[in-house]
Design a protein around this ligand. Structure first.
Ligand code: ADP
Length: 541
């Protein structure tokens, strides 16, 4: 017997229409230079329809890829809806990728139109000869700068002016592609991940659950995570679905900009990678801002150090929401909220649990498998590779031959080594490639980093494996000291701090002091770069 409910297609168009009808007065704010630009949903959604008309005039058809090279702002949001709702595929490009990777990605995706922020024009101009699939460039501003070498090139506002106010949105099927992003390609070329309308729709519902981000109409949400990093973690789609006020930082991403925006716009919820929030924390130690409007600071993309969670919550009364995810998962997989009965635990135990990556969000199934292919017990001790499945998890990469290594019996292999405890809390031990393999033992670089960053004089720490003649690999800690303590920290002091917390074999063989940990294109610690720098480092005997 079959259920007898409507087989409604889960597409983004009704979500956009919902926002148009229900929330015309809600606000979208973008930081532009020293000032702010303010729009209503009504204005932005009217422009979404015009933009779709303009794209159609440009020759964009169903299934065509439309690339963006842009900051987090209201025009980018317009593209987020116009492109998928007209049946084309939104493809945000990572602004920080090296030129050869950008050219590869644009060619691989077959992007036909490329939207570029005026401040980023020089990058695209120098790449243009390599972007053979691109038939038109659009500068996201009032005018095309006279000196640009791009051809053919249009101004965003000119296109909109020439478009009619209504667009007959097509009836789409839920499994049609809506958007795509590329993974950062730590091994070989980046891989393309194609999201469907259905996956984004369901993921948006996922983000609205109280037990995940709990995004709501009542929030003022500021996505600091770039719109090119897994679609700003899917948050703009969920926010528009709900009618949430949005605050976009544009290119202004320094801790002071963010603190000022939170304070001025009374932001209630924001999201980004830990390096960003470490910067904010450091600022808050020196300057005062009223951030009391914040009900949650979502931290994901890399482990939130326990010391960071503690400092935000104890010193600044800012609640941290720790989440784990991947480009291949739209991205949210697990969120660290305590169960009701865990709220009775002593505070330090609660903190320990919250520093884990948490429970899978409803809709995501998990298992962890050891090297012999057996599922590990959920005892918080056994290690295994985390594997996931669910309606917003990838089923295959876009036009790629490398699927075999990533999928197993209908599960996606994350490449993250984890433990899962009896409560179902996942803890990421490490990325497989970041583990330090020392004499047959695995040492978690993340555990060491968390412990080092808990030292009051340390700003940032990254632990990497360095080749070792006897042990195969040994850990080396690369440490950035807080500016106020520049000459006041010794290796011995930090090593002693670690000896108090770890068995001898886990303690790094050496510590190097560096000025800053290099960042990846999405702002995480770039351990690949550090490994290259210290490949021949001579560890002390
Ligand atoms: P990139 O390769 O550019 O980092 P992703 O953003 O897709 O691309 O990275 C996903 C990976 O980031 C995960 O597989 C995991 O290793 C790491 N990660 C994400 N969130 C967390 C978290 N909360 N704690 C630890 N690691 C995380």
């Amino acid at each position: 017997m079959h259920g007898q409910m409507m087989d409604s297609q889960l597409t983004l168009t009704p979500l956009l229409e919902r926002a148009r009808r229900l929330f015309p007065k809600k606000e979208i704010v973008t930081k532009a230079g020293p000032g702010l630009k303010r729009f209503t949903y009504e204005q932005v959604i009217a422009r979404v329809a015009k933009l779709a008309g303009a794209l159609e005039k440009l020759g964009v058809r169903r299934g065509d890829r439309v690339a963006t090279f842009a900051w987090n702002d209201e025009r980018h949001l317009e593209l987020y809806f116009a492109v998928p709702c007209m049946g084309a595929v939104l493809h945000p490009l990572n602004l920080r990728l090296p030129p050869d990777q950008l050219a590869y990605i644009v060619a691989h995706a077959g992007d036909r139109v490329l939207f570029v922020d005026p401040t980023l024009l020089p990058v695209i101009e120098s790449l243009a000869p390599l972007l053979k699939s691109v038939e038109a460039f659009v500068v996201m501003g009032e005018k095309v700068p006279g000196e640009t070498t791009l051809k053919p090139v249009y101004a965003y506002e000119d296109l909109l002016q020439g478009a009619g106010p209504e667009f007959p949105w097509p009836r789409l099927e839920e499994n049609e592609a809506a958007a795509m992003c590329y993974t950062s390609g730590t091994t070989g070329h980046p891989k393309g991940v194609v999201y469907s309308h259905r996956s984004i729709y369901l993921h948006s519902l996922g983000l609205s659950m109280m037990d995940s981000f709990g995004l709501s109409e009542k929030d003022v949400f500021m996505p600091v995570v770039p719109m090119f990093h897994v679609l700003a973690w899917g948050t703009p789609f969920a926010a528009v679905m709900l009618g949430t006020n949005l605050v976009f930082p544009g290119p202004h991403l320094q801790p002071r900009d963010l603190a000022e925006l939170i304070q001025a716009e009374k932001v209630t919820l924001t999201a980004g990678v830990p390096t960003l929030w470490l910067g904010l924390l450091n600022l808050l130690e020196k300057e005062h801002y009223d951030l009391s409007s914040l009900r949650g600071l979502i931290v994901g993309g890399a482990a939130a150090p326990r010391s960071m969670i503690e400092a935000f919550e104890r010193k600044h009364r800012i609640n941290v929401i720790h989440a784990w995810g991947m480009t291949e998962m739209s991205p949210v997989g697990t969120v660290s909220h305590l169960k009701s009965y865990q709220l009775e635990l002593p505070e330090s135990e609660q903190l320990g649990l919250r520093a884990k990556q948490g429970m899978p969000v409803p809709g995501v199934e998990i298992r962890a498998v050891d090297e012999s292919g057996r599922e590990i017990p959920w005892d918080g001790k056994a290690f295994g590779e985390l594997q996931v499945r669910g309606p917003w998890v990838i089923s295959s990469y876009y036009n790629d031959e490398r699927d075999a290594e990533s999928f197993l019996d209908g599960w996606f292999r994350t490449g993250d080594v984890v433990t899962i405890d009896v409560e179902g809390f996942v803890q990421i031990v490490d990325r497989t490639k970041d583990l330090v393999k020392s004499g047959g033992e695995w040492i978690s670089s993340q555990d060491l980093e968390n412990a080092i960053m808990a030292h009051p004089k340390v700003l940032e720490a990254a632990v990497i494996a360095v080749p070792h003649p006897k042990w195969q690999e040994r850990p080396l800690a690369c440490v950035v000291v807080k500016p106020d303590f520049k000459d006041g920290v010794t290796k011995a002091e930090l090593l002693e701090h670690l000896h108090q917390r770890f068995d001898r074999m886990y303690v790094p063989d050496d510590i190097v002091f560096i000025d800053a940990v290099p960042r990846t294109s999405v702002g995480k610690f770039d351990k690949k770069a550090l490994r290259a720098t210290y490949r021949d480092y001579q560890l002390p005997e």
